[in-house]
Design a protein around this ligand. Structure first.
Ligand code: FAD
Ligand code: SF4
Ligand code: SF4
Length: 424
């Protein structure tokens, strides 16, 4: 049940931190074998990064389908207590018996909300929409996205105490807005903890030579997902940011900051596949579009080999082995010019396109923001999960960069370990 309306507490419970696909999976796997679960998510909605994607590789189905099934399973399971807008403040105790302090921030909207949208219509303040990576604006009274779970509006704290907040209250016919809501801090007892705090994109502005932030038509792979999404800033049309022209040519720059000692020393494993997937978005909208993927190595391991082979059959999609050295804008046309060292010929290539997509890598959310619990991290901020740590188990991208299918397997394993800890 949403937002803490049931009673999944006590020593017999498991705490899951992070409500992305890994956290959702761990929570459901445990709850469906009879274990009580408290799921803590800092956003006002569940689903994490995949909720913002247009499609999933390799099947190219919309992530909303999988999420919707999970949300239905959650709704029908009284053992899961969902706490959105929440974070863990402290953890004490030991495996089998932890005491956890949780802070839940106010949504200012209660369970009476029917998602009618009248508060958003009445609210005058618009702010950059973080869900769309600031490529669009949203009202300060908002639904994070139309399939959001819980299906309930949220009020930005910045309008509390303003006329906008009062206008929202007046517009709501269902008595669903409660401006007196305060942050709640409370403790719970749990036997084990699954950490599924996921990832964030590497900050592309740090890549000086690649022009992000200076050249409007240089975007990142996570922005590309939002551009292609029908609920995104361009309603799914691939329009280049500077002049909204439909894109006729796109360059994907692989390893943007990755496998580079000065930025991210590791390979994120999925961004080659993500660019091939995004090439299909371009192709679907423009059968004549020219697409180039500049890569150091193509990583498409195991079951993803077929996905790579299919991409290679596209005659207007070129894979070119070479590292992008520099990206600049042609001021006359706002086209983007990419300078590449072609590894095979040793020559310099200059290539022009309407838009460049930087394949930036995945950074663990725990890189700068350590969790208030006794866990070990590797040099990059991923949680170490070598089996030595009992009682707290990492899953999904909190542990290493992975695709969704691997995150699901991982989460199931973490749920099992947490259940074993509880039964011991
Ligand atoms: C450009 C791109 C495209 C991709 N496309 C695909 C694809 O097509 N197919 C595929 O299989 N994989 C794809 N991936 C990989 C996919 O995004 C990950 O596998 C997936 O997001 C992993 O889910 P997760 O739950 O581990 O992390 P996340 O999705 O990051 O979820 C983590 C959740 O934890 C929450 N959280 C974080 N910190 C805290 C905290 N302290 N307290 C409470 N909550 C917290 C976050 O708000 C979030 O909801 C892609 C990756 C990239 C970079
Ligand atoms: S808070 Fe009230 S006005 Fe806003 S969407 Fe919910 S029911 Fe409608
Ligand atoms: S998956 Fe591809 S683009 Fe991403 S870091 Fe690895 S090699 Fe580079």
């Amino acid at each position: 049940m949403a937002d803490g309306t049931n009673k999944a507490t006590g020593n017999g419970a498991i705490l899951v931190v992070g409500g992305g696909i890994a956290g959702l999976t761990a929570a459901l796997e445990a709850a469906e074998v009879g274990v009580r679960v408290i799921l803590v998510e800092k956003n006002p909605y569940l689903g994490g990064r995949v909720a913002r994607m247009h499609r999933y590789f390799p099947k190219l189905c919309p992530p909303t389908c999988g999420l919707e099934i999970n949300f239905r399973r959650i709704k029908s399971n009284p053992r899961i207590r969902i706490l959105t807008l929440s974070e863990v403040e402290s953890v004490s105790g030991q495996p089998g018996s932890y005491e956890v302090t949780i802070r839940q921030n106010p949504r200012y909207v209660n369970e009476n909300c029917t998602a009618c949208g009248a508060c958003a219509d009445a609210c005058s303040l618009t702010v950059p929409n973080d869900f769309d990576l600031d490529m669009s604006q949203r009202k300060a009274a908002y639904m994070p996205f139309e399939m959001a779970y819980p299906m309930r509006y949220v009020l930005d704290p910045q309008i509390i105490g303003t006329d906008d907040a009062n206008r929202c209250v007046q517009a709501c016919k269902y008595n669903a807005i409660d401006l007196s809501m305060q942050p709640k801090v409370f403790t719970e007892k749990v036997a084990a903890i699954v950490v599924a705090t996921g990832w964030k994109p590497y900050e592309a502005k740090k890549l000086d030579n690649l022009g992000f932030g200076r050249t409007p038509n240089v975007i990142t792979n996570v922005m590309m997902e939002r551009l292609a999404s029908v609920n995104g800033p361009t309603q799914g049309k691939l329009l280049r940011p500077s002049d909204k022209k439909p894109v006729q040519s796109v360059i994907f720059a692989q390893c943007a900051g990755s496998r580079d000692e000065n930025h991210l020393a590791y390979c994120s494993g999925v961004c080659c596949l993500a660019s091939m997937k995004q090439a299909t978005y371009v192709r679907e909208q423009n059968p004549a579009a020219q697409i180039q993927i500049f890569y150091i190595d193509v990583r498409a391991m195991g079951k993803f080999e077929d996905f790579y082979s299919t991409a290679q059959k596209d005659e207007k999609l070129q894979f070119i082995k070479g590292k992008v050295a520099k990206i600049e804008e042609d001021p006359a046309t706002q086209d983007v010019i990419v300078e590449v060292e072609d590894t095979l010929s040793g020559k310099k290539i200059r290539s022009r396109a309407d838009m460049v997509v930087l394949a930036t890598g995945m950074v663990p959310n725990t890189a700068g923001d350590r969790l208030p619990m006794d866990v070990a991290y590797d040099e990059f901020g991923f949680l170490v999960s070598d089996g030595s740590q009992k009682g707290i188990y990492a899953a999904g991208c909190a542990k290493r960069p992975v695709d969704v299918a691997s995150a699901l397997q991982d989460a199931t394993g973490a749920a099992l370990k947490a259940i074993q800890c509880l039964r011991r």
